[in-house]
Design a protein around this ligand. Structure first.
Ligand code: AMP
Length: 280
């Protein structure tokens, strides 16, 4: 497995792989890799013979009061994990090199990025869409694998790829969870053992909504109320949003009867912000 830091080196490696007749898969990450990321890499490897993993903590998707400077960086562990999961190459650019000096071009995916996390993290999805567009241009992969864990991000990327005619196939991979049901996240390492237990109220809230939906309830307010009641029973959790949304547009719905929907939740637990979602 190679590690490269510049776009010319990345493009040269990808061109060699393509010349050898290999399909190119791509998994963008911010590092601090866990089993969720590794399952995306294994999935990419099932779909493509040459798998590029990017490790880049993208400064433009962090707000001024967010955890950019203390975002965990664990490159040596990440390198070993990528190799074991079957990655062919890690692309790890330096922020100062990756964004040209004075870069002033942004990809703004309107609508899909407006609600949910977009409301609480202004500029976040503009940073995500821009860096993913840059990474797609750099890697020129045939396919890219994203986790359903970041449901709105997935919807934003799908819309961007469609609107800008970017020639890459987007594959969504299921959310990988801890044995207690909490979605794996690089930020889980900020949680104490007690908080990790308190966080189980999030998947429990989703399960409550899902159970009602499976029993035939389509009224979004009822589904949301059931989930909110479970969240409220855990006072350590400070919910930011708990919404029933259309999977494609990320807009809150009044009824789940006619569109494919998910429940999406964001909560603070101490200083840590957690998100999760489930299809209904
Ligand atoms: P991040 O490094 O947090 O930006 O995430 C990189 C990719 O890994 C994104 O496509 C995420 O959706 C995905 N991902 C993060 N956590 C999980 C998880 N628990 N299960 C599946 N995919 C995940």
């Amino acid at each position: 497995m190679e590690v490269v830091h510049t776009i010319p080196d990345l493009r040269a490696a990808v061109a060699r792989a393509r010349q050898a007749g290999k399909a190119i898969g791509f998994v963008p990450t911010m590092g601090c890799l866990h089993e969720g990321h590794l399952s995306l890499i294994r999935r990419a490897k099932e779909e493509a013979a040459f798998v590029v993993v990017s490790i880049f903590v993208n400064p433009t998707q962090f707000g001024p009061n967010e955890d950019l400077s203390k975002y965990p960086r664990t490159f040596e562990d990440d390198r070993r994990g990528c190799e074991a999961a079957g990655a062919s190459l890690i692309f790890a650019p330096a922020a100062a090199d990756f964004y040209p000096p004075g870069a002033s071009t942004w990809v703004d995916v309107e609508g899909v990025s407006a609600k949910l996390c977009g409301e609480f993290r202004p500029g976040h999805f503009r940073g995500v869409a821009t860096v993913v567009a840059m990474l797609f241009n750099a890697a020129q992969a045939d396919l890219a694998v994203f986790g359903r864990k970041d449901l709105q991000q997935l919807a934003v990327i799908r819309r961007m790829v469609r609107d800008l005619h970017i020639p890459v196939r987007i594959i969504a991979h299921e959310t990988i969870r801890e044995p207690n049901g909490v979605a794996m996240s690089s930020r889980n390492r900020y949680l104490s053992a007690e908080q990790m237990t308190q966080a189980t109220a999030i998947p429990a809230a989703m399960t409550a909504a899902k159970a009602l939906a499976q029993a035939g309830v389509t009224d979004a307010a009822r589904l949301r109320d059931a989930a909110q009641a479970v969240l409220a029973a855990q006072p350590a959790l400070k919910p930011q949003y708990c919404e029933i949304v259309d999977l494609e547009t990320m807009a809150p719905v009044a009824s789940t009867a006619r569109v494919r929907c998910a429940i999406a939740i964001a909560c603070h637990l101490g200083a840590t912000r957690l998100i999760d979602n489930a299809d209904l």
